[in-house]
Design a protein around this ligand. Sequence first.
Ligand SMILES: Cc1ncc(C[n+]2csc(CCOP(=O)(O)OP(=O)(O)O)c2C)c(N)n1
Length: 340
Amino acid sequence: MPEAQTKREAGETAPRVEYELQLYYWMKLIRAFEERVSRLHRQNKIFGGVYSGAGQEAICTGICAPLQPGDFVAPLHRDLGVFLVRGVEPGRLMAQLMGKEPGLSRGKDSFLHGGDLERGVFGSTSMLGSSLPVAVGAALKFRMKRENLIAVAFFGEGTSSRGDVHEAMNFAGVHKLPVLFVCENNRYAYSTPLEKQMAIDDVADRAAAYGFAGHVVSGNDLLAVFDLTERVTKRIRAGGGPEMIECKTYRFHGHSEHDAALYRDKDELLQWESRDPIPLYEFYLEKRGHDVKRIRDETDARTHQVLQAAVEFAEQSPYPKPEEALEDLYAASPSTDGRR
Ligand SMILES: Cc1ncc(C[n+]2csc(CCOP(=O)(O)OP(=O)(O)O)c2C)c(N)n1
């Protein structure tokens, strides 16, 4: 379990500054993990597509850090960071990406479709938008069983134009279910720019149509995302019904590693690179009186070590055996005597 969540659950008053360094570690780990995956992809060691979230680390971190163990999170294909912040073992995650047996889906797929329900992470899906009704279903279960848990559904601005997204939001709004909808608006759905995707500026405006609040925040500003998420999730947990947070951001890489993103303007990329969430947060830490150079060096050394171990573990792990291909495809029957 991530350190921050343990502290919060126990109700300890952890010095805020210590917690802030944990947030920094997560953002750096996500960036380093994805950079390593891009390199491994070029070496032909990664199974399936690679959808880098570089530039969007403040969103996975700021949204997931305030959550509780047991909350249900449905990430997008670009949200590898969700897995790390929720405490999924980096070695298992790397094994998943390499299609190895100890991976989350036991070598049955690439990053997509590998979830870790023990950590409350539903695998991201290829059929964009299909995970939102699932998150709403989890929230309905929490309501029916009177569990004080919430569901979080991530989606892109492109995905927001899908029908099942609207059905999920409508159902959640009507029944006031405990769901946080998180839009990662990175301005492009593959090569389609925002203005060719929707006729309004803010996806958050759509929340009003379903009877709940929609908020807009800078998705590159970790503290802004974190603080808003803390306030919003408190209200949702207290029974206030769903809310939406739209994070304005930008992806530094192409849609996937095979996409050079030549449809984007170079100046636009430059402007967004200058709003990189990591140096932005380092600037804040410096203002708080930290020796940022020392913290950066220590964090880089730590993430390097974690990644080395994860890659070694994944590379040394076996591929699944062919006869395992049909295992785990269906849930076990609730009855053992053959009757249902
Ligand atoms: C239903 C569906 N339509 C199309 C695709 C192909 N596709 C994969 S990712 C993507 C772009 C998604 O854009 P967005 O939701 O904004 O997320 P982003 O990739 O920008 O993070 C598309 C069109 C798909 N996977 N599923």
